[in-house]
Design a protein around this ligand. Sequence first.
Ligand SMILES: NC(=O)c1ccc[n+]([C@@H]2O[C@H](COP(=O)([O-])OP(=O)(O)OC[C@H]3O[C@@H](n4cnc5c(N)ncnc54)[C@H](O)[C@@H]3O)[C@@H](O)[C@H]2O)c1
Length: 265
Amino acid sequence: MPRYDLEGQVAIVTGAGRGIGRAISLRLASEGVSVAVTDIDSSNADNVVAEIESDGGQAVALQVDVTRKEDVNQMVQDTVGKFGSLDILVNNAGVGAVVPLMDTDESVWDTMMDINAKGVLLCSQAAARQMIKTGSGGRIINNASGAGKIAPGKDVPLGAYAASKHAVVALTKQMGLELAQHRILVNCVCAGIVDTPMWDLIDREIAKREGAPIGSVKASAVDSIPLGRIQEPEDVANVVVFLASSDASYMTGQTYNVCGGILPY
Ligand SMILES: NC(=O)c1ccc[n+]([C@@H]2O[C@H](COP(=O)([O-])OP(=O)(O)OC[C@H]3O[C@@H](n4cnc5c(N)ncnc54)[C@H](O)[C@@H]3O)[C@@H](O)[C@H]2O)c1
């Protein structure tokens, strides 16, 4: 049952083949939005499209690597070709790497910055150019992370990831100011510990380093959440659809925590 006034709009979601991107795509589709489900992994994107279509929604799967400008430009072109416009971009694609900063080599750093930060820049530029051309405004919603606001700490060695997510917060602030004149609103969400394959990877990698049982790192992280449960991908999707809706029409350049209370600011 739609809750917002998004019927007939068109969205692109990056990294949408699983996890949070999948939940955002399903939720947007349930609001009547036509969704370009884009991912570097095309078979996962196909599966999400099949789920949307079986629920009566409209979607198209596109194989896109957000670090490749030609993929990203094609993504916007294909979306507009299929659905006729572009109203919403959700920059969700992201990867993590569990490596202390002192052991972080250039390839880890470059991967984090390329996918998590440059990908947001390239996709936002391509989408905003299209939105500016049609003059109808739009929304860009970035999926940063709590690691975009605070240091994850020495026991959670995600330093390069945190640097790339701080960059996403900065991109949100500056792009919000630059695009306001075009009525393109740019905002950002910072999630906490979300139950997806990404956190399973973090758990496995830290457990391996510490010689701890698989699952124990995630369990102790969940114990620290004031609301007392792990975050579900749908908790993030709930805020993304709000930020896409007209209820959020006076908000831009802002960063919102959706984290069960773990972030202090
Ligand atoms: N899981 C968490 O606890 C958590 C918390 C805060 C923020 N986030 C952020 O949320 C976003 C989604 O995370 P998730 O937990 O769903 O992760 P996930 O690993 O389950 O999904 C990430 C998706 O991104 C895709 N992807 C990876 N590289 C890509 C590229 N170059 N181009 C296009 N797609 C690519 C993957 O194929 C995958 O489908 C990420 O940006 C992540 O940093 C996650």
